[in-house]
Design a protein around this ligand. Structure first.
Ligand SMILES: Nc1ncnc2c1ncn2[C@@H]1O[C@H](COP(=O)(O)OP(=O)(O)OP(=O)(O)O)[C@@H](O)[C@H]1O
Ligand SMILES: O=C(CO)[C@H](O)[C@H](O)COP(=O)(O)O
Length: 292
């Protein structure tokens, strides 16, 4: 936790929707005049594409079928913790970009499957924004939630997450449904042991639930739309959250538990603005005062 240089981490599995949620955060930053530096979690993968495939083959040959991008040891989490700690103390740090596809390759001048060089954060930022797979990892080596000031989980129910991932990987990354299915299967062990535990560490989880049949996610012809879903918003610490205000402002919302509000899927952007703007504004105002 840092008063002077706050950190927001948004964690979600592959295809969960963290990039989509990031756009709403960027709207809040723009409207509130906040300067954020960003980390994309896959920048901290340990291997480039070719080396990852070689490492996968090496481990599978030894009988290890649990290794994947979700695994702790497929990522430089100690380095990520160091970046979090340094940013919290100094407002400085560094990141890079993992290039997934031709479009990103054209932007960065780096081939798909490779990393750009490490680059320092621009100076003068108000906060660090992380979005990726591992923003709230607690294990024997690191404790990232201890360093982040606001931890968000993007956690659609799993059938919906798989539909989102299959469609995104097919359309944006050129993978076949079969290839994505194999990736989902290969990542299951680490999904359970490395990804899911984070969502008890997060302050707020957004869980999209389809209201249409997703029984066989591997044949779904499209991603359930916002109008075809509800969203459960769970608060780890509900004290101080003005639920009567939220349920009055978000038409069609209700409380399902003392720490959880359910909203229509097409009200996610409004709900995030109403919930997150005051939390972000408080972090940034406090930090600016502490730095002055
Ligand atoms: N709330 C939502 N409503 C409808 N579609 C969504 C929603 N969130 C995500 N999607 C869709 O799901 C797919 C994956 O979303 P996105 O790219 O944001 O995932 P991600 O978590 O960033 O994935 P990765 O971490 O692998 O990059 C996209 O096609 C996106 O349009
Ligand atoms: O999205 C990811 C994890 O969620 C990985 O960054 C991505 O899958 C890397 O694999 P590839 O090199 O095949 O794109």
């Amino acid at each position: 936790m840092s008063t002077k240089h706050p950190i927001i981490s948004v964690t979600g599995s592959s295809g969960a929707g963290t990039s989509t949620v990031k756009k709403t955060f960027e709207q809040i930053f723009r409207r509130e005049g906040i300067t954020a530096v960003t980390i994309e979690g896959d920048a901290f993968h340990r291997y480039n594409r070719a080396d990852m495939r070689a490492e996968l083959e090496r481990r599978q040959a030894k009988g290890d079928h649990t290794f994947s991008h979700f695994s702790y040891d497929a990522n430089e989490l100690a380095e990520l913790e160091r970046v979090f700690r340094d940013y919290g103390e100094t407002g400085m740090g560094r990141t890079r970009t993992y290039v997934h596809d031709a479009e990103e390759a054209e932007k960065t001048g780096v081939p798909p499957g490779e990393f750009t060089a490490w680059a320092p954060f621009p100076e003068g930022s108000d906060l660090l924004f992380y979005e990726g797979l591992h923003g709230s990892v607690v294990n024997d080596q690191v404790n990232l939630p201890a360093l982040a000031d606001l931890k968000i989980g993007v956690v659609p129910v799993i059938n919906l997450e798989w539909i989102q991932k299959i469609h995104r990987d097919r359309e944006s990354r050129g993978y076949s449904t079969e290839a994505v299915t194999d990736t989902i299967l290969r990542r299951m062990h680490a999904y359970v042991h490395c990804i899911c535990p984070q969502f008890t560490e997060t302050d707020i989880n957004f869980q999209r639930v389809p209201m249409v049949d997703t029984s066989n996610p591997f044949v779904a012809r499209w991603i359930p739309t916002p109008d075809e879903s509800l969203i459960v918003i769970r608060f780890r610490n509900p004290r101080g959250i003005d639920f009567p205000y939220l349920t009055s402002m978000i038409h069609g919302s209700w409380m399902s538990r003392a720490n959880s509000i359910v909203i229509p899927g097409n009200k996610l952007d409004l709900a995030m603005q109403l919930i997150l703007t005051p939390l972000i504004e408080r972090l940034v105002t406090t930090a600016r005062k502490a730095r002055s």
